[in-house]
Design a protein around this ligand. Structure first.
Ligand code: S3P
Length: 189
């Protein structure tokens, strides 16, 4: 049976955003900045917006209000972007954004969704540099990464119009590939 996210996107979204999804440490922020630089679209980083609006860091939100509240903030933000008819932006999302069915539909309504992929080992190397990801502050982060990846991969796959394995590619190569695919997607009927 076809998923709701797929059904809702038979029609191309009128909103011409490039939406980046993928696991923590998959390069969404760096690729987002590269796309902003190459395309000139403004960059929206959902984690940053949530931190600004709540006046708290993500670890503080998780600790003081709980993960469920953070997830509500994520959905509210996507709804707000859609209500405002935000277009011609790069939207870089938190890695857990795709866990909610409602978010998966909203993400596709917002634009061309790109899943940035990389290996669990690369994720571990990139995320072990800092402590700002509450879900990976545990004794065995590699195990946590593998479990979450297994759980989330079907959701990323279901939501994305394009999957990009970034291993061995430069920021410029990834960005050029995404831009070409997005142009084709929006340009073809
Ligand atoms: C999360 C990913 C983080 C941030 C929060 C939860 C997740 O964003 O939203 O720590 O559940 O995967 P990044 O993917 O930008 O690290």
């Amino acid at each position: 049976m076809e998923s709701a996210a797929n059904q809702s996107s038979k029609i191309k979204p009128p909103l011409q955003n490039i939406v980046l999804v993928g696991f923590m440490g998959s390069g969404k922020s760096s690729i987002g900045r590269e796309l902003h630089h190459n395309l000139g679209y403004e960059l929206i980083d959902t984690d940053q917006v949530i931190e600004q609006q709540s006046g708290k860091t993500i670890p503080e939100i998780f600790e003081q209000r709980g993960e469920a509240v953070f997830r509500n903030y994520e959905t509210e933000l996507l709804e707000h972007l859609k209500d405002k008819q935000t277009s011609q932006h790069i939207i870089s999302t938190g890695g857990g954004m795709i866990c909610s069915p409602k978010n998966r539909i909203l993400l596709r309504e917002l634009g061309f969704v790109v899943w940035l992929q990389c290996s669990s080992q690369e994720i571990l190397e990139r995320t072990s540099q800092n402590k700002n990801r509450p879900l990976l502050q545990c004794d065995d982060p590699l195990h946590a990464i593998k479990n979450l990846l297994k759980e989330r991969s079907p959701f990323y796959q279901e939501t994305a119009h394009l999957e990009v394995n970034t291993t061995g590619l430069s920021l410029d190569e990834v960005s050029c590939g995404i831009l070409e695919s997005a142009r084709y997607y929006y340009g073809s009927s």
